[in-house]
Design a protein around this ligand. Structure first.
Ligand code: HEM
Length: 445
């Protein structure tokens, strides 16, 4: 049965947001089974703006680039991140920059930006290059689960490049474990600290991370080193503001999380498509072999095939599938009345399949991103895997340089394949991940 979210004010031309009374559990299960079919059915029934029942509340899904632009650019300051994201990740990523809003967000973002300027990125890349080269030399051959390999590799890179600490193995394992449990907790179904549950482990692990980071702050403040931890301890905005110790800890924990799964998933998608389309794998390998092993920051732009493959992989599977916001005042999206307090969501995952902007969206076709075709430029929010507006991903260049560097080394040393009829089974219950961890056959080239 169709119902409305809230009646539009009588003196307005706005339409109410519609949705169905279908039980939330059923809707979530349908969405997880096939988010694309679910989105298409919802759009056919209710149009671009409608609500779904999920997690015990009504969430207004606003489809398409026009709605994405309105919400993410947020010109009327009608939408806030904190109250919406808090529901999903609040206790574990407390006061991360993505959970802050308006003036407070701006204050933190301006300082944080100092850690992602081109000269600082060059420093991270120099630190990362030998670690990645060394790790890829030892990459396993034969039957390999690529998702697990990428996850372990990006975690090692993150701990060294972000933390800049040489830890005894037992301590590194303890911190890795705490980090993994903190991230896992945000996807737990039971959202209470019951004994043995993910939520409780997540809270305990967050505490371990806080204490660990806090204990290293005096040394990090005392000396300047090229890792993110040290950069955050010394960063100063143009207005002369700096982070407190608590800020540094909160941002470090959030950034570690924001960087890790997103990059892992992008590489997994790229590797999958290159296994399914060996011609693209060959093309990308040729470019990497031509460039030589030592990749400099300025060489990244020469990896044009890896770049096309990455963009298309991010289109076909946006690692952050939706961006939630809460309306902080009565407002509208595409002519629909959104009452104060409503949760809205910009569905990045399914927006990238809109046939108005993308030709045959279910086909892997990296050349759609070439300047000649430029489908991504058909609307400024047609392609938005990194979000948009003031909360646009601050690590988008870092992420791309890490992904490209890893892929460059991998392609130079190895080739990989899957059986012709293999289709990667996806789990869309939280961030999209392969249920089978992407098993491939790896050979040295
Ligand atoms: C391919 C990899 C990545 C993807 C697809 C991605 C995607 C996103 C998206 C969609 C948002 C916006 C969320 C929203 O508006 O609600 C975001 C925010 C953010 N990302 Fe990324 N991200 C990636 C890698 C990284 C990396 C490597 C870092 C750090 C080194 C990072 C740090 C952040 C931070 C700090 C924010 C919050 C920014 C703010 O609120 O001001 N991300 N990311």
């Amino acid at each position: 049965m169709t119902v409305i979210l809230a009646p539009a004010p009588p003196d307005s031309d706005l339409k109410p947001v519609e949705g169905s009374t279908t039980n939330g559990v059923i809707q979530i299960l349908r969405m997880r089974r096939d988010p694309f079919a679910f989105a298409a059915a919802q759009q056919a029934e209710f149009g671009n703006v409608s609500f779904i029942n999920a997690f015990g509340q009504r969430i207004v899904t606003c489809r398409g680039p026009v709605a994405a632009d309105q919400i993410l650019m947020n010109k009327q300051k009608a939408f806030a991140n904190g109250p919406a994201w808090n529901f999903f990740i609040g206790p574990f990523f407390n006061r991360g920059v993505m959970l802050l809003d308006f003036d407070e967000h701006r204050h933190h973002r301006l300082i944080l930006q100092q850690a992602f300027t081109p000269p600082v990125l060059k420093g991270y890349m120099q630190a990362m290059q030998p670690i990645i080269a060394e790790r890829i030399k030892q990459f396993p051959v034969g039957d390999v689960k690529l998702f697990s390999e990428f996850k372990a590799l990006t975690l090692d890179v993150a701990l060294e490049v972000f933390m800049g600490l040489e830890l005894p193995q037992a301590e590194a394992n303890r911190i890795n474990k705490a980090f993994i449990e903190t991230v896992r907790a945000s996807t737990s179904i039971v959202r209470k600290p019951v004994p043995g549950g993910r939520w409780r482990k997540g809270l305990r692990s967050r505490k371990i991370l806080e204490e660990f980071m806090m204990s290293h702050i005096p040394a990090k403040r005392a000396a300047q080193t090229p890792d993110l931890f040290s950069v955050l301890c010394h960063a100063e905005s143009e207005e002369g503001h700096r982070f407190t110790d608590e800020d540094v800890v909160n941002h470090m924990i959030f950034v570690l999380m924001a960087a890790h799964d997103t990059s892992t998933m992008t590489m997994t998608q790229m590797a999958y498509h290159m296994a399914k389309s060996p011609e693209w794998q060959r093309r990308a390998r040729e470019q990497s072999l031509e460039l030589g092993p030592d990749l400099a920051y300025d060489d990244l732009s020469k990896l044009t095939d890896i770049d096309l493959i990455m963009k298309e992989s991010l289109r076909m599977c946006a690692p952050v599938p939706g961006q939630p916001r809460m309306a902080v005042k009565d407002t509208e999206v595409m002519g629909h009345f959104i009452p104060k307090g409503a949760i809205v969501s910009v569905p990045g995952l399914t927006n990238h399949y809109d046939t108005e902007y993308w030709k045959e969206p279910f086909t892997f076709d990296p050349e759609r991103f070439t300047p000649e075709r430029a489908e991504d430029k058909s609307h400024r929010m047609a392609w938005h895997p990194f979000g948009g507006g003031v909360h646009k991903c601050i690590g988008l260049y870092f992420g791309q340089l890490e992904i490209k560097t890893i892929m460059h080394h991998l392609l130079r040393g190895f080739e990989w394949s899957v059986p012709d009829d293999y289709v990667m089974p996806m789990d869309y219950s939280a961030l999209p991940v392969p249920k089978d961890k992407l098993p491939v056959k790896v050979r040295r080239v």
